[in-house]
Design a protein around this ligand. Structure first.
Ligand SMILES: Cc1ncc(C[n+]2csc(CCOP(=O)(O)OP(=O)(O)O)c2C)c(N)n1
Length: 357
């Protein structure tokens, strides 16, 4: 196997799974994005341009490691074995969705895969990660926590509280910053005056690594090293991956309103992390055009099938809207449920007929 010196060796099996999952994530993004545009799902958000960050960081972790995501890391879940059907069930909010259809699309989560459910408020997962890492330390587990966030997340108070807490308590957590240049329409030049996020980790007294987020092998090596340090020395560590958000922020955004199209195109084509990684597996003789088109058409077929199934599965019952938070349902929720049922009865045409009442 040809291996450039600065990278950690990756076996053929892992290398090919990494490529397979990066392509799957890309196809998934394209198809779910189209499904949203067709009005079949209410919202979507892609990871385009950040496929190497998603998949290579996941590959360097163990399943025992706890993930607290932001929302642009579904590839970590994919790597861990979340199926296309499970992704589709969540996006369509059907009765097989683990969140019982109560969250917007892309708010995935899996107890089984040690992946906390995505929560939209920016950076709230960071203090949770420090706390979860403290519990691993107390239980003397051979595992760490990883939490992901964007450059925008570093302006939240939670970021600072979490880093300081983790540094002082000496807990095994990796703070993974996806510095993709944009927080919706705010560029990093208006976000901070520091040299990115990496310097902030150092300011809190923790080791910090900056890595090219579009180089899958470099991300793999950095996270592998970070995990080793976090666990063996029981310390937090910050990884800043430099990249670019190629897609719009979400389906509610049009990024051509605030950045030039040629800039997006440059990153989508010349700097694409998937084609860059493909060159390396091709150089090793592990990949060719035939395997590429076979993989892409297989994933596309499986995903379209998953979407068809998810669309047909019935919606969760209305009663699920009011459970799982309180042990005993409070009176205001009882009133709200009654009022909702009356409204549905009064306007049957406005509610999908397949929602069980
Ligand atoms: C506490 C909070 N404030 C504002 C928002 C609105 N909001 C949603 S995404 C986002 C930008 C986040 O940017 P960044 O953390 O860089 O991540 P990216 O979307 O670029 O991956 C903002 C401001 C929010 N969800 N939560």
């Amino acid at each position: 196997m040809t291996m450039d010196k600065q990278y950690l060796a990756v076996s053929k099996e892992v290398a090919l799974k990494m490529y397979n999952d990066m392509v799957t994530l890309q196809v998934m993004d394209t198809i779910f994005y189209e499904a949203q545009r067709q009005g079949r799902i209410s919202f979507y958000l892609t990871s385009i341009g950040e496929e190497a960050i998603n998949i290579a960081s996941a590959a360097a972790l163990s399943l025992d490691d706890i993930v607290l995501p932001q929302y642009r890391e579904p590839g970590v879940l994919l790597w861990r074995g979340f199926t296309l059907q499970e992704f589709a069930n969540q996006c369509f909010g059907n009765k097989s969705d683990y969140g019982k259809g109560r969250q917007m699309p892309i708010h995935y989560g899996s107890n089984q895969l040690n992946y906390f459910t995505v929560s939209s408020p920016i950076a709230t997962q960071l203090p949770h990660a420090a706390g979860a890492a403290y519990s691993l330390k107390m239980e003397k587990k051979n595992a760490c926590v990883i939490t992901y966030f964007g450059d925008g997340g570093t302006s939240e108070g939670d970021f600072h509280a979490a880093l300081n807490f983790a540094a002082v308590m000496e807990v095994p957590v990796i703070f993974f910053c996806r510095n993709n240049g944009w927080a919706i329409s705010t560029p990093t030049t208006e976000q901070f005056r520091s040299d990115g996020a990496v310097i902030r980790g150092q300011a809190y007294g923790m080791r910090s690594i900056r890595v090219d987020g579009n180089d899958a092998l470099a991300v793999y090596s950095a996270v592998h090293a970070a995990r080793e340090m976090a666990i063996s020395e029981c310390r937090p560590i910050l990884v800043e991956a430099l990249t670019y958000r190629v897609g719009h922020h979400s389906t509610s955004d049009d990024s051509t309103k605030y950045r030039p199209i040629h800039e997006i195109e440059h990153w989508r084509t010349a700097r694409d992390p998937i084609s860059r990684y493909r060159k390396w597996i091709e150089r090793n003789g592990w990949w060719c055009d035939a395997t590429e088109s076979e993989l892409r058409s297989q994933v596309r077929k499986e995903l379209l099938q998953a979407i068809q199934v998810a669309e047909r599965v019935e919606k969760p019952p209305l009663s699920d809207l009011f459970t799982d938070v309180y042990d005993r349902v409070p009176s205001n929720l009882i009133e709200q449920e009654k009022s909702l049922r009356e409204t549905v009865k009064k306007h049957p045409g406005d509610y999908p007929p397949d929602v069980p009442v």
